[in-house]
Design a protein around this ligand. Structure first.
Ligand code: SF4
Ligand SMILES: [Zn+2]
Length: 340
């Protein structure tokens, strides 16, 4: 099957293999399975055998017939690194991809260790041709280890506004910030632009009217990129709240969310924003962001609607503009941390 596709980040799908078997919760809603099984038993149909794994050698040469360069999503209806696909067959698919170098091939798998072993034996320690993108799909943060087993994920259940904690954040390659505190936003916002560390701020909010009726409930993610519009530019750091924030540990404890008064549980909404934040990270990490345009995402829990908001940037913002006092200064500027 070589299809024009509605998938926004590719031009064409190419399926030298079809069918697969489920290996994780991320497969629960597998589109490929639903589509293929619809035609099981239909005589003469390409999916007469439903979602059973099938090699399609007659399709291996298809990319040679597409003269114009395309983005080609490989095996949209399967997983090229399924354990029952012989290495010799994967090699044939790779031969085609290597030779048809006017295209860009996008290979996504959930079987990261099988892919890693195959690529090691084919390319050694080298990185392989740059027009073939090998990526790993990950459905949630718990599966991030599929990406690179040496990737280190550290949880900071600590006040990131403290100098000692912020110091450790300087060594991160990517920061997921989930914190109510304005001071935490202030510090991470500064880290992003000063030390050029991409990040995402995520969280959720529930508002109720005086009768206790929920009138607003949403999850939000806000990607932060060095040199792009920052939390100040987008009025997401409130100077009044910042000034009011508790200064001592005891004051902070007393202000902790839900301790003194009933507050709605936002755990499930936070899980929604965490999922979106991981996807957003992967869009960049795997080079899948189609338009290179960053958006904040607001997911309304009452309507289920997703709203994309284009972040703004003040041309003369001292925090994020290139001519400002913080951008790319590293240790040459102070972070707005508290002591400790
Ligand atoms: S690995 Fe991909 S193609 Fe295979 S069952 Fe899971 S979601 Fe479907
Ligand atoms: Zn700014």
């Amino acid at each position: 099957m070589a299809n024009k596709t509605t998938i926004e980040w590719t031009d064409t799908t190419w399926n030298p293999v079809t069918g697969c078997t489920k290996i994780s919760a991320g497969c629960d809603n597998c589109y490929a399975e639903r589509f293929s099984e619809r035609f099981r038993g239909t005589p003469g149909h390409a999916f007469e055998s439903g979602f059973d794994l099938m090699l399609r050698p007659e399709r291996v040469d298809q990319p040679f017939h597409w003269r114009k360069p395309r983005m080609v999503f490989v095996n949209s209806m399967s997983d090229l690194f399924h354990k029952d696909i012989p290495d010799a067959y994967i090699s044939r698919v790779c031969d085609t991809m290597e030779q048809a170098k006017w295209h860009t091939f996008q290979v996504l798998t959930k079987r990261s260790s099988l892919m890693r072993n195959f690529l090691k034996s084919r390319y050694g320690e080298g990185s392989g041709p740059t027009h073939i993108w090998f990526g790993v799909s990950v459905e949630d943060g718990g599966k991030l280890s599929r990406i690179r087993q040496s990737a280190h994920i550290e949880h900071f259940n600590a006040d990131v506004a403290k100098a000692s904690v912020a110091d450790r954040l300087k060594a991160c390659d990517y920061i997921f910030l989930a914190a109510d505190s304005m001071r935490a936003r202030l510090v991470v916002n500064a880290l992003v632009h000063q030390y050029l560390i991409p990040a995402v701020q995520l969280g959720s909010k529930v508002r109720a009217d005086e009768q206790g009726q929920v009138i607003d409930a949403f999850s939000a993610i806000r990607p932060l990129r060095p040199g792009a519009g920052c939390l100040w530019c987008n009025q997401l750091i409130d100077p009044n709240l910042l000034a009011k924030e508790a200064k001592t540990d005891a004051e902070r404890k007393a202000q902790a969310y839900g301790v003194e008064e009933p507050n709605p549980s936002v755990i499930s909404l936070n899980a929604v924003s965490a999922g979106h934040a991981v996807n957003d990270f992967l869009m960049d990490y795997l080079g899948l962001r189609a338009d290179r345009q960053l958006h904040y995402q607001h997911i309304n829990a009452l309507t289920g609607k997703l709203q994309l908001v284009e972040p703004r940037q003040d041309a003369d913002c001292p925090e994020c503009s290139k001519g400002g006092t913080r951008f790319a200064r590293g240790d040459g500027a102070d972070l707005p941390c508290t002591e400790g």
